[in-house]
Structures are given as C-alpha cells and as structure tokens.
Design a binder for this molecule. Structure first.
Ligand code: MG
Ligand code: MG
Length: 248
C-alpha cells in the first residue's frame, strides 16, 4: 500500500531526518585512516542517544549495528567491526533514525584521507546522480523519471547502476511501497503526488553492475571487485517541489 503523509507527519520525519544528518556529520568526522568501522558505529549511537531517537537499522532482520559501513567494493549493508580504514579507501555510511514512530534514512560515501582520482570521480558522479533524481521529485512526474535521471548521470560517466537493490517509500516503516529503482525508462510508473515520501538511493559501480552477497548474509559486494559508491536522501513531494528531509 502506498501512503501519503500529512504536513504534520512530514514535520516529524524532518526531525528524524535532522538526526540522521547529524549522525552523518559525526560519522564523517570519525572516518579517518586508522579508525575501525565499529568506532564509527559507536559515534552514531551517541548521536541517537543524545537526540532521544531510536535506530531503524539495529535489529532490522537481526542487523547488529546502527550504521551500515561499506568500504571500497562493498556496495551496501556492510557490518561495522574491527575493519581498520586505510588512507585511499572510500566508505559508504548508511543510517537512519526514528522519532515518534516516523523514520528517516540517508547515506553518504566519503573518501578516507586522500583517494585516487577515479574514486573521487565515482563519489562525485554518484552524488550528482542523486541530485538529478531529487530534481525529478515533482508532482505530476512519474517514478520512472527518478530512476532514469540516476541512470543517465551514471552511464554518461562510464559507470553502472546496481539493479538488485533499490530505494523505497518511507514513513512509519523504513521500507514501504513503492520500490524506487535507479534505472529504467522515464515517464512510466506511479504518478508522484503531494505527501509521497521516498528514500532515493543510487548505488553506482565503477565496473559492472553485478552484485554478490558474502557468507555473513549481509555484505553486498561488486562481483568484479571494483569500487562502488552510494548516496541516499529521504525526500518528500510538496506543492513547492522536492523537500529533502535528511538535511542538517
Ligand atoms: Mg539507507
Ligand atoms: Mg534506504
């Protein structure tokens, strides 16, 4: 079922979104050579505690942390642990928060120290693909316009878009209908209307689009071992256009 949210409900989601943005800021500061991904998870937990928010990641199908930490060839769903970050790595940080039962969800990919030009370009293109997708979150547009915008930016840069994992509606659950693919033709699918709130999350690979899940049952990696970047915002359709709810 696809639900549209009232202005009041969106206002609560905006508060959850601010907590997520604050978690990102803290995690990004902690993403330095020599840090472990478990330390980054701890920093995110401290923000949740300080803001009186709950995690929508912790315990989700048994997920053991509040942040997904996905370095280099890990696309999404990396589990924080004793992995030590090294200069030149890239790291996707994906987390969410719940306030008064309402969810927000967002991701960023950041360089660890100084990274090579191709990694920097991968990060920048993925960020731009999300920006282009957000621009499509306008009443009267269709769901397909979002995926088409992501794909156009990624493919023009010589990268590929992951197909097995997609964005989603979000509200009183982290994952609601509809699914929001990062590919496909424009002008098709659900018509966007006021109150629809979507988590849009392009996953862009430097090599091919194929994915594989590691034996831990969570960690999704590129099959060719090349790097992947991931950005996400929770975005509401409003009469004034797209409103990103996961901003500081
Ligand atoms: Mg996310
Ligand atoms: Mg998401």
């Amino acid at each position: 079922m696809i639900t549209r949210k009232s202005k009041e409900q969106i206002a609560i989601m905006r508060r959850a979104g601010r907590v997520v943005a604050e978690m990102h800021e803290a995690c990004v500061r902690a993403t330095v050579p020599g840090a472990t991904t478990a330390e980054i998870d701890k920093v995110a937990r401290e923000v949740l505690d300080r803001r009186g928010a709950r995690s929508n990641f912790l315990g989700y199908h048994g997920f053991p942390a509040v942040v997904c930490t996905s370095p280099n060839d890990v696309i999404v769903h990396g589990i924080p642990g004793d992995v030590v970050l090294e200069e030149g790595d890239i790291l996707s940080l994906d987390c969410g928060a719940i306030i008064e039962g309402w969810h927000a969800d967002a991701a960023v990919t950041v360089p660890v120290g100084d990274v090579d030009d191709e990694s920097r370009r991968l990060i920048e293109v993925t960020r731009r693909s999300l920006d282009a997708a957000v621009d499509q979150v306008v009443e009267g547009n269709r769901l397909g316009d979002i995926g088409a915008a992501v794909e156009a930016v990624a493919v023009a840069a010589g990268f590929s878009v992951v197909r097995e994992y997609v964005g989603h509606g979000i509200g009183t659950a982290m994952h609601e209908e509809p699914q929001v693919p990062n590919y496909g033709p424009p002008g098709r699918g659900l018509k966007l209307r006021e109150g629809l709130v979507l988590a849009i999350e392009p996953m862009v690979n430097a090599g091919g689009p194929e994915t594989r899940v590691l034996d831990d049952g969570w960690t999704v990696v590129t099959r060719d071992g090349m790097r992947s970047a991931h950005f996400e915002h929770t975005v509401a359709v409003t009469p004034e256009g797209p409103e990103i709810l996961t901003l500081p």
